[in-house]
Design a protein around this ligand. Structure first.
Ligand code: SF4
Length: 366
């Protein structure tokens, strides 16, 4: 079976899901309504990681739709992506970085996705004018790196990925290229069964420009032998693999789990990069977001269990105005700092807000 066939064989319907996970008639009805709006896709591999006897299994929480998605509190564009869009599929928020949304498809659709408005749906935000996008990057010499994301760019055929690299690696003002992909976590066979992809990335990384893979492990259950092999294969070909974790209610919202995850990632050659505060996304916020006060305590207690290498990540709120690091807490106040900002004048700005038990986002702080 090729990786394409394997991906095609994913779980996308309630009937397929019911072969593995028992659903009450009520749940079944709810889920049908939910996946009409936000499609379900679960690779057979990722499904196999779920303990079907545990309704609170963390993988299940992340990938199987649930009634929490009926809550529509929040917004579909929490980071101001629309206002940073220069043309379909190209965003330019921070001066040094261009973001390309190469596809709206992923190997599996995470229920907490902050691009829920577009993943798996027909959407106008995906890159359409490849040449125009390349010309934009070519013209903007302040851009020193490009992040190719989506959706998940590694579900694209290898020759399409090659087309991106061929153009981008010729631009002298780019220092490096990043791919944002969850494939090592949800579909490692994409990497293990397509030598051409790893060769393409490795050749470019060694001869042209450094390539970084930014992946997305959220729980130690995702660190399987296959995931380890996929990471090894990238590392061995000269690709650096970094990780972003999202702090998620019912998945990794305790210090032990979060610390174990970061430590084990370092053990397999993945560098902790960010722990993200879950964004207040419509159909996500209530189901997955941990309040900031609790989130800070979890992260700090996790750090107490980690050595310096494993706690290099920053706890970040990726806000419309920039990436805000959550740096401190007292009884009444939370202390924040712009790690990156849409307005360069704000970079490094340190500020304080009143905190309560429930606030989950900057806009909810006094
Ligand atoms: S793989 Fe990434 S983009 Fe795709 S659904 Fe998951 S979090 Fe969203």
């Amino acid at each position: 079976m090729t990786w394409e066939d394997e991906l095609e064989d994913s779980i996308c319907t309630i009937e397929q899901l019911k072969e593995y996970i028992a659903l009450t008639p009520e749940e079944e009805n709810q889920l049908r309504g939910i996946i009409e709006r936000h499609p379900m896709r679960i690779t057979r591999y990722y499904l196999s990681l779920i303990d079907i006897n545990d309704p609170n299994d963390p993988i299940r929480r992340m990938i199987v739709p649930s009634e929490g998605e009926l809550d529509t509190l929040g917004s579909y564009d929490t980071s101001g992506e629309l206002e940073n869009t220069k043309m379909p599929g190209l965003q330019h928020k921070y001066s040094q970085t261009a973001l390309l949304l190469a596809t709206n498809n992923c190997a599996a659709y995470c229920r907490f996705c902050f691009r829920k408005r577009m993943v798996g749906l027909s959407n106008e935000e995906v890159l359409r004018r490849f040449n125009d996008a390349m010309q934009y990057i070519e013209k903007h010499k302040e851009i020193n790196n490009v992040l190719i994301s989506g959706g998940d760019p590694f579900v694209l055929p290898t020759d399409v990925i090659e087309k991106f690299l061929k153009r981008l690696t010729t631009l002298p003002h780019l220092d490096f290229i990043r791919f944002g992909t969850k494939v090592p976590v949800t579909f490692p066979d994409r990497i293990l069964e397509d030598e051409e992809l790893v060769t393409l990335l490795g050749d470019n990384a060694q001869k042209n420009k450094k390539i970084y893979v930014v992946t997305h492990f959220n729980h130690t259950k995702e660190i399987t032998q296959k995931a380890i092999d996929a990471v090894d294969s990238l590392n061995c070909s000269g690709i650096t693999v970094n990780n972003q974790t999202v702090l998620l209610k019912g998945v990794n919202d305790n210090p032990e789990t979060l610390a174990e995850l970061q430590n084990k990632l370092v053990g397999i050659g993945v560098n902790p990069y960010y722990v993200f505060q879950c964004r207040p996304v419509t159909r996500v916020k209530n189901a997955f977001q941990v309040p900031l006060r609790k989130g800070y305590e979890i992260v700090e207690n996790a750090k107490k269990r980690l050595n310096g290498h494993s706690k290099r990540f920053k706890y970040i709120m990726s806000h419309q105005t920039g990436k805000i690091e959550i740096v401190g807490l007292t009884d009444d106040s939370i202390y924040l700092k712009y790690h990156q900002a849409k307005d360069p004048a704000n970079i490094g700005k340190f500020f304080e807000r009143k905190i309560n038990e429930t606030a989950g986002w900057l806009d909810e702080l006094e």
